[in-house]
Design a protein around this ligand. Structure first.
Ligand code: ZN
Length: 186
Protein backbone atom coordinates (compact mmCIF):
# COMPACT_ATOMS: atom_id res chain seq x y z
CA UNK A 1 0.00 0.00 0.00
CA UNK A 2 0.94 3.63 -0.27
CA UNK A 3 0.64 5.27 3.14
CA UNK A 4 -0.54 8.86 2.77
CA UNK A 5 0.03 11.17 5.76
CA UNK A 6 -2.36 14.12 6.01
CA UNK A 7 -1.46 16.82 8.55
CA UNK A 8 -3.53 19.90 9.27
CA UNK A 9 -1.24 22.19 11.27
CA UNK A 10 -3.68 21.91 14.20
CA UNK A 11 -3.91 18.30 15.41
CA UNK A 12 -0.21 18.18 14.61
CA UNK A 13 2.08 21.15 14.08
CA UNK A 14 3.12 20.24 10.58
CA UNK A 15 1.14 20.69 7.37
CA UNK A 16 1.49 18.09 4.64
CA UNK A 17 -0.87 17.56 1.73
CA UNK A 18 -4.51 16.89 1.09
CA UNK A 19 -7.23 16.03 -1.37
CA UNK A 20 -5.80 17.21 -4.76
CA UNK A 21 -2.56 15.30 -4.16
CA UNK A 22 -4.52 12.18 -3.20
CA UNK A 23 -6.52 12.46 -6.44
CA UNK A 24 -3.27 12.72 -8.40
CA UNK A 25 -1.79 9.74 -6.56
CA UNK A 26 -4.93 7.71 -7.23
CA UNK A 27 -4.54 8.23 -10.97
CA UNK A 28 -1.07 6.70 -10.91
CA UNK A 29 -1.40 4.14 -8.13
CA UNK A 30 -2.06 0.48 -8.86
CA UNK A 31 -1.97 -0.48 -5.17
CA UNK A 32 -4.31 0.58 -2.32
CA UNK A 33 -4.04 4.03 -0.80
CA UNK A 34 -3.89 3.98 2.99
CA UNK A 35 -4.84 7.46 4.17
CA UNK A 36 -3.74 8.46 7.68
CA UNK A 37 -5.59 11.56 8.79
CA UNK A 38 -3.74 13.58 11.42
CA UNK A 39 -6.43 16.23 11.47
CA UNK A 40 -8.98 17.54 13.96
CA UNK A 41 -12.57 16.31 13.59
CA UNK A 42 -11.73 14.09 10.61
CA UNK A 43 -15.43 13.32 10.10
CA UNK A 44 -15.63 16.62 8.21
CA UNK A 45 -13.34 15.33 5.46
CA UNK A 46 -14.18 11.62 5.19
CA UNK A 47 -16.40 12.15 2.13
CA UNK A 48 -13.75 14.20 0.32
CA UNK A 49 -10.93 11.72 0.98
CA UNK A 50 -13.16 8.76 0.14
CA UNK A 51 -14.13 10.31 -3.19
CA UNK A 52 -10.53 11.30 -3.89
CA UNK A 53 -9.51 7.65 -3.82
CA UNK A 54 -8.69 6.49 -0.28
CA UNK A 55 -9.07 2.74 0.20
CA UNK A 56 -8.42 2.80 3.94
CA UNK A 57 -9.13 5.83 6.11
CA UNK A 58 -7.40 5.99 9.48
CA UNK A 59 -8.15 8.71 11.99
CA UNK A 60 -6.96 9.59 15.48
CA UNK A 61 -9.15 8.77 18.44
CA UNK A 62 -7.76 11.90 20.14
CA UNK A 63 -9.03 14.12 17.30
CA UNK A 64 -12.72 13.15 17.40
CA UNK A 65 -15.63 14.34 19.50
CA UNK A 66 -17.64 11.33 18.27
CA UNK A 67 -15.61 8.23 17.38
CA UNK A 68 -18.65 6.06 16.55
CA UNK A 69 -19.99 8.67 14.12
CA UNK A 70 -16.58 8.93 12.45
CA UNK A 71 -16.39 5.15 12.00
CA UNK A 72 -19.91 5.09 10.52
CA UNK A 73 -19.07 7.93 8.17
CA UNK A 74 -16.08 5.98 6.76
CA UNK A 75 -18.17 2.82 6.40
CA UNK A 76 -20.87 4.79 4.62
CA UNK A 77 -18.46 5.22 1.70
CA UNK A 78 -17.46 1.55 1.73
CA UNK A 79 -13.92 2.22 2.94
CA UNK A 80 -11.87 0.26 5.44
CA UNK A 81 -11.60 1.89 8.86
CA UNK A 82 -8.42 2.42 10.82
CA UNK A 83 -8.29 3.94 14.28
CA UNK A 84 -5.08 5.37 15.66
CA UNK A 85 -3.55 6.21 19.03
CA UNK A 86 -0.63 8.52 19.76
CA UNK A 87 2.22 7.19 21.93
CA UNK A 88 0.74 8.83 25.03
CA UNK A 89 -2.78 7.40 24.58
CA UNK A 90 -3.46 4.05 26.32
CA UNK A 91 -4.31 1.37 23.76
CA UNK A 92 -7.33 0.12 25.76
CA UNK A 93 -9.14 3.27 24.62
CA UNK A 94 -9.72 1.54 21.26
CA UNK A 95 -11.17 -1.65 22.78
CA UNK A 96 -14.78 -0.52 22.65
CA UNK A 97 -14.48 0.11 18.90
CA UNK A 98 -12.51 -3.02 18.05
CA UNK A 99 -15.38 -4.95 16.46
CA UNK A 100 -16.09 -2.03 14.13
CA UNK A 101 -12.63 -1.37 12.72
CA UNK A 102 -10.35 -3.14 10.24
CA UNK A 103 -7.10 -1.81 11.60
CA UNK A 104 -5.57 -0.17 14.67
CA UNK A 105 -2.61 2.11 14.05
CA UNK A 106 -0.27 2.33 16.99
CA UNK A 107 1.93 5.37 16.50
CA UNK A 108 5.50 4.49 17.38
CA UNK A 109 6.58 8.15 17.26
CA UNK A 110 4.69 11.37 18.00
CA UNK A 111 2.64 12.10 14.88
CA UNK A 112 3.58 15.09 12.79
CA UNK A 113 7.12 14.67 11.48
CA UNK A 114 9.16 12.09 9.60
CA UNK A 115 12.57 10.83 10.61
CA UNK A 116 11.95 10.50 14.38
CA UNK A 117 13.35 7.80 16.63
CA UNK A 118 11.21 4.83 17.54
CA UNK A 119 9.57 4.97 21.01
CA UNK A 120 10.19 1.56 22.60
CA UNK A 121 7.42 1.94 25.21
CA UNK A 122 4.95 1.37 22.38
CA UNK A 123 5.98 -2.31 22.09
CA UNK A 124 3.92 -3.23 25.14
CA UNK A 125 0.87 -1.58 23.55
CA UNK A 126 1.26 -3.70 20.42
CA UNK A 127 1.57 -6.90 22.50
CA UNK A 128 -1.38 -5.97 24.70
CA UNK A 129 -3.60 -5.21 21.71
CA UNK A 130 -2.61 -8.38 19.82
CA UNK A 131 -3.38 -10.48 22.89
CA UNK A 132 -6.74 -8.75 23.33
CA UNK A 133 -7.68 -9.33 19.66
CA UNK A 134 -6.56 -12.98 19.79
CA UNK A 135 -8.65 -13.61 22.89
CA UNK A 136 -11.71 -12.20 21.11
CA UNK A 137 -10.77 -14.04 17.88
CA UNK A 138 -11.00 -10.61 16.30
CA UNK A 139 -9.15 -10.29 13.01
CA UNK A 140 -7.74 -6.79 13.22
CA UNK A 141 -4.65 -5.50 11.46
CA UNK A 142 -2.18 -3.85 13.77
CA UNK A 143 -0.25 -1.15 11.99
CA UNK A 144 2.85 0.65 13.23
CA UNK A 145 4.02 4.01 11.94
CA UNK A 146 7.18 5.89 12.86
CA UNK A 147 10.84 5.07 13.34
CA UNK A 148 10.64 1.73 11.52
CA UNK A 149 14.02 0.61 10.26
CA UNK A 150 16.36 -2.37 10.23
CA UNK A 151 16.79 -2.21 14.00
CA UNK A 152 13.15 -1.88 15.03
CA UNK A 153 11.28 -3.94 12.46
CA UNK A 154 11.74 -7.41 13.97
CA UNK A 155 10.68 -6.10 17.37
CA UNK A 156 7.34 -4.75 16.13
CA UNK A 157 6.59 -7.89 14.12
CA UNK A 158 7.36 -10.15 17.08
CA UNK A 159 5.11 -7.96 19.24
CA UNK A 160 2.19 -8.59 16.86
CA UNK A 161 2.18 -5.83 14.25
CA UNK A 162 1.38 -7.01 10.72
CA UNK A 163 1.11 -3.74 8.75
CA UNK A 164 4.38 -1.87 8.71
CA UNK A 165 4.67 1.76 7.63
CA UNK A 166 8.12 2.86 6.64
CA UNK A 167 8.92 6.32 5.32
CA UNK A 168 12.35 7.84 5.88
CA UNK A 169 14.01 4.43 6.08
CA UNK A 170 12.79 3.43 2.61
CA UNK A 171 13.18 6.84 1.00
CA UNK A 172 16.75 7.16 2.26
CA UNK A 173 17.73 3.67 1.14
CA UNK A 174 19.75 3.12 -2.02
CA UNK A 175 17.40 0.42 -3.28
CA UNK A 176 13.83 0.85 -2.05
CA UNK A 177 12.53 -2.28 -3.77
CA UNK A 178 15.19 -4.42 -2.14
CA UNK A 179 14.42 -2.96 1.29
CA UNK A 180 10.68 -3.56 0.83
CA UNK A 181 11.36 -7.19 -0.14
CA UNK A 182 13.52 -7.59 2.94
CA UNK A 183 10.74 -6.25 5.19
CA UNK A 184 8.13 -8.47 3.52
CA UNK A 185 10.31 -11.54 4.00
CA UNK A 186 10.17 -10.92 7.75
ZN1 ZN B 1 1.20 7.85 8.98
Amino acid sequence: MIHFDVMDGAFVNNISFGIPILMAAKKAATIPLDVHLMINEPIRYVKAFAEAGADIITFHIEACSDVFATINEIKKYGKKVGISVKPSTPVNEVFKYIELVDMVLIMTVEPGFGGQSFIYDTIDKIKFLRKYCDELSQKVDIQVDGGINNDTISTVIEAGANVIVSGSYLFNSKDMAAEISKIKSL
